[in-house]
Design a protein around this ligand. Structure first.
Ligand code: 9MR
Length: 348
């Protein structure tokens, strides 16, 4: 009888433990495992493990990677008919070896486009070159890429088409032609449109129209990437939410891509030595409220990707002027998790 009693007590203790809420997550990818993919942009030193502290952050906190630069046309095909896939191959292999979802960035973009493409003025020739590029790049990584940023930044903030070489000589159909081609090359890859200022009404309406147009023509588009190059105040949470809902209503998933929060006034560089505590607190609050919003809309958001592993790597240190000291990311220049990481993890 006494033993039976002890067994009952032990069983009760065990089953009560089972019902306890799961432990607080310690990594970003664990925190959002049931919500969305947690991604990060990586550079060559990171995916080749030369900057090992940064590589370790990637492996610990993220389950997806985007190449910050290594897959851009300028690097893959600097001259016509010349291809250099060495870096892109290393990036993709790093992703495969570490079981990370690999995002291809980007097939068509007016920036970091080699000179020889800019020089083409004939529409048929341009289409040919665009197809060759998509076939070569998406074809090479067929079956290994989770999703492609097929077209990047095709619209101005007011919704008008950006005057790129593609738009100029192929008209707006270049977008549907690029998406259709990418799908015909790798039918297993998700396909995305990616842009900044996606909360601006003009651009939002244009992107929604573009989604409808693709869908009406039965051309695959899975999601739009809202690049999160934001700051401490702008855009407002309301504007971000309105846009998430608008894109979802058009029939695609939303991804927050390229997330970084600049803490600097546009033309100043006030925090060269260190970030004052009250600004760091503002940054943590901003990250926390953004991730609360993303979590609220987790059924609409398929991925959140930060644009770099640590502050020292950020493009914002050289934008809009060179040699600034910005603090936009989640890990500091010493590879330590910033307060923002704990603020995000504390949501749970
Ligand atoms: O972070 C990238 C930086 O290293 C490059 O110098 C720059 C060149 O334009 O591109 C940066 O990444 C951009 C991304 O590919 C597309 N959206 C805007 C990003 C910031 O400029």
């Amino acid at each position: 009888m006494k033993y039976l009693y002890i067994i009952c007590v032990l069983l009760c203790v065990y089953s009560c433990r089972e019902e306890e809420p799961t432990a607080k997550p310690h990594t970003l990818k664990a925190a959002f495992a049931n919500s969305f993919i947690m991604g990060v942009a990586v550079n060559k030193a990171q995916y080749t493990s030369k900057e090992i502290d940064a590589t370790n952050i990637v492996l610990k906190h993220f389950n997806s990677i985007t190449a910050e630069n290594s897959m851009k046309w300028q690097y893959i095909s600097p001259q016509q008919s010349v291809f250099d896939f060495a870096d892109a191959d290393a990036f993709v292999n790093f992703g495969i070896e570490n079981n990370l979802k690999v995002i291809g960035h980007t097939l068509l973009w007016h920036s970091q486009l080699p000179e020889w493409v800019h020089a083409i003025t004939d529409s048929a020739e341009l289409r040919n070159i665009m197809y060759t590029h998509i076939d070569s790049v998406a074809g090479r990584y067929k079956g290994t890429i989770h999703g492609w940023d097929v077209v990047n930044e095709a619209f101005h903030n007011d919704g008008s088409f950006r005057d790129t070489v593609f738009y100029k000589y192929m008209g707006q159909a270049f977008i549907e032609e690029a998406f259709a081609r990418a799908h015909s090359v790798d039918s297993s890859a998700e396909l995305y449109y990616n842009d900044y200022n996606m909360t601006f009404e003009g651009k939002r309406n244009a992107v929604v129209d573009m989604i409808h147009n693709l869908k009406n023509k039965n051309i695959r588009i899975d999601a739009v990437g809202m690049q999160g190059h934001w700051n401490l105040e702008h855009p407002s949470l309301e504007d971000i939410e309105t846009s998430i809902i608008a894109y979802t209503n058009a029939g695609v998933d939303v991804m927050i891509t390229e997330l970084d929060i600049s803490v600097l006034p546009r033309d100043e560089n006030p925090y060269e030595q260190e970030l004052p505590e009250h600004i760091e607190n503002k940054l943590s609050e901003r990250y926390k409220s953004l991730f609360q919003l993303f979590y609220k809309h987790r059924n609409k958001i398929s991925r959140v990707t930060v644009w770099g592993v640590h502050d020292g790597q950020s493009w914002l240190n050289n934008h809009p002027t060179e040699g600034r000291t910005d603090y936009p990311l989640l890990f500091d220049r010493n590879y330590e998790a910033k307060n923002c990481v704990y603020a995000i993890l504390n949501i749970f």
